[in-house]
Design a protein around this ligand. Structure first.
Ligand SMILES: Cc1ncc(COP(=O)(O)O)c(C=O)c1O
Length: 356
């Protein structure tokens, strides 16, 4: 019954991580909970090299992506996009009545400092983008973008969707200095979905104090007040927190640099296969994702290919957004080691041969 997932998320979860969720339930206002919450926050800070506040909020990553807009933008932001999820960040702004100045970069291209040169004026309260665009498989250089924003308007908040890069690619937080870095559990953390994680700066917390209409669920001031006591604001997914605590121990034992190298290695394997067996990778060279290979499918009958692959016990992902019918995607993130994509690539070779 089991299928090996090489999907873009949720991704494969190891059995011991799943089991870690089965500890007896506790309430979220007891001292055992405080210890659990506090331990997770410290481990995330250590892994990502930051002293900033860490918010743990029940929901998917979008709840905190939207929350960062609601807490950090009164009127106007600048949203850079090179794919579906950059567009979604922008929509989180417009859906909340903000004026979002859009900077659109062609799909498949990285967002570069030149794209926003001269565009971050004093009226721009925040600049937001996706570090690893999951629809196109592009990893932009977020540090370079943040430096370009700060050089133009040091007051502009930096908001980064790190949903498919955090814990897989080195985001260099000491240099990036994000005001909001948002992600969830179901991608490179290799856990079930259900928890949004936000790394937030003092600057956005300060801005949130006077913000109107920021709602209750992701009010950063309320979240911070509770986080200072190692509590969540509302009932958190306690079972998932058990698994996150367990998983963070695994991750720290592996070492973050080793984890980044492992993702690099798997990305190169998939990229090499795409060059040899398909029409190459969709994203531009030099900015290719460490977690998702977005492959030009040419005249491949993807549905037939994927059906045959599933018969062999493997699942990958369809293309997404504007490139849905011209690409397909292979997720290679989380706890899988290079032996796993090697098995997938061999199975894909077999299917291609069978289809001839
Ligand atoms: C880059 C990116 N941003 C945002 C999201 C939305 O995340 P969630 O579904 O956890 O809210 C996704 C989901 O795939 C994503 O890949």
């Amino acid at each position: 019954m089991g299928r090996q997932l090489f999907t873009v998320g949720p991704v494969h979860v190891e059995a011991d991580s799943l089991m870690a969720q089965t500890k007896p339930m506790i309430t979220h206002r007891c001292k055992e909970y405080k210890a659990l919450h506090g331990a997770i926050v410290e481990k995330i800070r250590k892994a990502l090299c930051t002293d900033d506040d860490v918010f743990l909020v029940g929901g998917s990553a979008t709840v905190l992506i939207e929350g960062s807009i609601r807490n950090g933008v009164a009127n106007r932001s600048l949203g850079m996009t090179n794919g579906s999820f950059g567009n979604r960040f922008i929509e989180c702004g417009t859906a909340n009545g903000k004026d979002v100045v859009e900077v659109k970069v062609p799909w498949g291209k990285a967002i570069k400092p030149a794209d926003i040169e001269g565009k971050v004026g004093k009226d721009i309260e925040a600049v937001h983008w996706v570090s690893n665009e999951s629809s196109t498989g592009v990893l932009s250089d977020s540090v370079a973008l943040a430096e370009c924003v700060r050089a133009q308007n040091p007051d502009a908040l930096i908001m980064v969707d790190a949903v498919t890069s955090a814990f897989a690619a080195d985001l260099n937080l000491p240099k990036l200095q994000p005001d909001a870095l948002l992600f969830g559990t179901q991608k490179a953390l290799a856990l079930p979905p259900g928890l949004a994680i936000g790394i937030v700066s003092d600057r956005i917390l300060e801005k949130s104090k006077d913000m109107k209409n920021k709602g209750f669920y992701t009010d950063f001031v309320k979240l911070k007040k509770n986080a200072d006591d190692n509590y969540a604001l509302t009932t958190p997914p306690v079972s998932l927190l058990y698994a996150l605590d367990y998983q963070l121990d695994r991750i720290l034992a592996e070492g973050m640099q080793a984890r980044y190298r492992r993702h690099d290695e798997m990305a190169k394997m998939v990229q090499d296969w795409a060059d040899r067996k398909m029409n190459g990778l969709f994203p531009e060279e030099g900015y290719r994702s460490k977690t998702i290979g977005v492959i030009n499918r040419g005249d491949l009958d993807f549905d037939a290919f994927h059906a045959a692959l599933k018969q062999k016990g493997f699942e990958i992902s369809n293309g997404y957004g504007e490139v849905k019918s011209s690409t397909f995607r292979i997720g290679h993130m989380g706890d899988i080691t290079p032996a796993k994509p090697k098995g997938l690539l061999a199975a894909m070779d077999e299917v291609l041969e069978e289809m001839q």
